[in-house]
Write a protein that binds this ligand. Structure first.
Ligand code: ZN
Length: 475
């Protein structure tokens, strides 16, 4: 099936997406009722079954694949023709916990439409994208009689806890992760409705450091002769990062490549300015200097050592004089392509040992490898074209998103991968109370997914050198 004639049918495809939009809202609402909270391993099987049901409704033949130790992976295929490029669509059916529950205006698992927005846990991250993609491909098939790509849909059940079993699953089924291109969840929109494209995701190493200096808490007078674990932990933290945010672990920055000229040019054209966080979050200082580009560059190209939580001793009302027995800190490092979480972990341990903090316990909570793809790849070009088709303009292009996802499982197997504009926007409150999507964004995102499939069918068929498709075929 040729790509060009199908693109000619685009207007009709968009018209039918408008006509079936309420179906999207209804199906997403039903899907969002299933409370698959992976952090507490709740409703896993139900979530997987609900995913199968959504895909089946839109004609995607799919199956559950067991993931040893974790919830099942849902894998769907729409095979058109072995000669056509394969596009993989990755999402997840699990969601984040919903507390603090009191801050939700509605029950998080009882979806509500209000003021042009759909509220429920998971509607943005990422059940909405899964339903949007299912509808998009169904409409293309309805109008054109087939797809210009072979689609593989992969929807997992524990992304929100760092996909701890996906690595083993990918080693067992590497062929599932190989294609000519992949979309990883999706980006979103700015508050003004400008689409966003992320050409990858940062990695993460999430650890907890624990200092224990005694079996039990003591009267604080004993601090005259006994050690204090909070001071010990603080002393260790001071050796890990300096006041300017620079990480002091030897070798931490090894392997990071300088930004390419192409990536910097796209950043220059990207209108986003992290200075808007002053208003969004009520902060006075945004790092990265006096220029928008400087701040944007810092946002994209800084790796971080962030303190997520710090705990020791008495933190209740009033005073209590104790010398606590233990203290702990939760730390996450956001990593750039070239940095490997396992290597950083080994260097962190060696650094603590070397600085005299070998007694601290280091617990690992989660890791994701960073992964990125050039925008000149077939998937990058297809998303750019799709944004012209739907929004009539280019998206805000980022080299990667600041968060972490499963990108590397695909890119490390030679599959170029990107996060195209999805149903959410920067105010969607993912992971927070009152998660929602704006229905106007969602309507355009469904069209953008359809346009992406049409464009990818055309782009990825050109000679491999121009599209990166050859790299994707590498074993
Ligand atoms: Zn998430």
């Amino acid at each position: 099936m040729a790509g060009e004639p199908m693109e000619g049918q685009r207007a009709e495809i968009f018209r039918r997406i408008d006509g079936r939009f309420q179906e999207f809202v209804d199906d997403l609402s039903a899907f969002a009722r299933v409370p698959t909270i992976s952090a507490v391993r709740q409703a896993e099987r139900e979530g997987a079954e609900a995913t199968l049901k959504v895909l089946a409704k839109y004609g995607v033949g799919s199956r559950l694949m067991e993931v040893p130790g974790g919830p099942p992976m849902v894998v769907g295929e729409v095979a058109s023709d072995p000669a056509l490029p394969t596009l993989i669509l990755y999402n997840h059916y699990d969601v984040q916990p919903v507390d603090p529950l009191a801050e939700w205006a509605h029950d998080p698992f009882d979806p509500v439409v209000r003021d042009g927005k759909l509220f429920a846990r998971g509607v943005s991250d990422t059940k909405g994208n899964a339903v949007a993609q299912a509808l998009a491909q169904a409409v293309i098939r309805e109008v054109a009689g087939g797809l210009p790509v072979n689609l593989r849909v992969m929807i997992e059940g524990e992304e929100e806890v760092g996909s701890p079993h996906l690595g083993a699953f990918a080693r067992k089924h590497p062929q599932l992760f190989r294609g000519d291109g992949a979309t990883i969840e999706a980006g979103g929109h700015t508050p003004d409705g400008l689409p966003e494209l992320y050409m990858g995701s940062k990695g993460i190493l999430y650890v907890e450091l624990r200092a224990r200096t005694a079996q039990v808490d003591q009267h604080s007078s004993l601090a005259a002769v006994l050690p204090n674990p909070a001071w010990r932990l603080l002393a260790a933290l001071r050796t890990i990062r300096d006041d300017r945010g620079r990480v002091l672990i030897p070798g931490f920055y090894d392997g990071i490549a300088r930004p390419t000229r192409e990536a910097l040019e796209w950043l220059r054209r990207n209108p986003f300015d992290p200075a808007t966080y002053r208003k969004t979050y009520g902060v006075t200082d945004v790092l990265g200097g006096d220029t928008r580009l400087g701040r944007l560059r810092a946002y994209c190209y800084n790796s971080t050592c962030n303190i997520d939580g710090l705990y020791a001793g008495y933190v209740g009302a009033g005073s209590k004089t104790i010398n606590p027995a233990h203290a702990f800190v939760k730390l996450d490092f956001r990593l750039l392509p070239g940095q490997r979480p396992r290597r950083i972990l080994a260097r962190l341990r060696a650094h603590l040992e070397e600085k005299g903090f070998g007694d601290l316990e280091v617990m690992v909570h989660s890791m994701f490898e960073p992964g990125a793809t050039s925008i000149s790849s077939g998937i990058g070009q297809a998303v750019l074209g799709a944004c012209q088709d739907v929004y009539g303009r280019e998206p805000a292009v980022f080299p990667w998103m600041g968060g972490s996802s499963s990108t590397w499982f695909y890119t490390s197997r030679g599959t170029p991968a990107a996060l195209p504009p999805g149903v959410g926007y920067s105010g969607s409150r993912i992971h927070a109370p009152n998660e929602h999507i704006r229905l106007d964004d969602a309507r355009r995102a469904i069209k953008a997914f359809a346009a992406l499939m049409l464009r990818f069918g055309a782009v990825a068929r050109r000679p491999a050198a121009a599209t990166g498709a050859q790299a994707a075929r590498r074993p």
